[in-house]
Write a protein that binds this ligand. Sequence first.
Ligand code: ARG
Length: 278
Amino acid sequence: MQRPPTILMCQPTYFGIEYEINPWMNVEVAADHAVAEQQWNGLFEHLKSTGIAIELVKPRKGLPDLVFTANAGLVYENRVLVSRFRHPQRQGESPVFRAWFEEHGFEIVDFAPPDQGGGYDFEGAGDALFCGDTLFAGYRMRSDATCHQQIGAILGVRVIPVELVDPRYYHLDTCFCPLSEDEAIWYPPAFDEYGRRAIEGAVANLIEVEQAEAERFACNAVVVGQHVFTNTGCPKLHERLASRGYTTTATPLDEFVKAGGSAKCLTLRLDGEEAAAW
Ligand code: ARG
């Protein structure tokens, strides 16, 4: 079944900084709830205006990071590998996302159970992004290197695992964003030498962001057709995207940056990213 272009999101009703599981989070620096709602609505309206459908998963009290639906799982055609979160604080999200996928007609595929050697951490589209027919898979901070091999076998796709070396860029989608089958945005210092070479060898056109814009989550972009959405504060990236024919929109997402997330983390594409060949 080919789904129409659809994004999964979750309203920030219970969003907040209740624990610290990445270097951006500081429980002393609370998110302003009203502003977070406004910013989330801003992103929602911008995305909606492209004509893409948006599905919503119901927010749950006690799961402040459920807004980051990119971490729900990895969708491939009608199959989904539901995430297994590294940190206990987010582990309660897995059953919520699993139930959503089941209720919406997805086929859930699983890793081997932990007692059969499959107890991997895997944080979904946050760490696994298709560029063409290749799945780029980030590991070390949140997802295990070994799980990516399993994913290749389960889904029958080519996987290029890349190690993430900077704790500030703990998910692949904070430092790498495929735009089309042969084009991507990236922040090279987030990878080691091997990872940089692997990406350079596999993606023909790479748009590098500089540190100041990487810190504004420039790489955490949502791509809908030729339209790219990011947090504010990424003007150089937007200029370069415009010169390549993309339309760009900056929308403020600072309250979510306090949790270590931005535009892309707040979305999960259910029909395949623009850059995915399937
Ligand atoms: N606070 C969340 C965490 O640390 C943010 C997740 C951001 N999501 C992403 N796909 N980068 O898990």
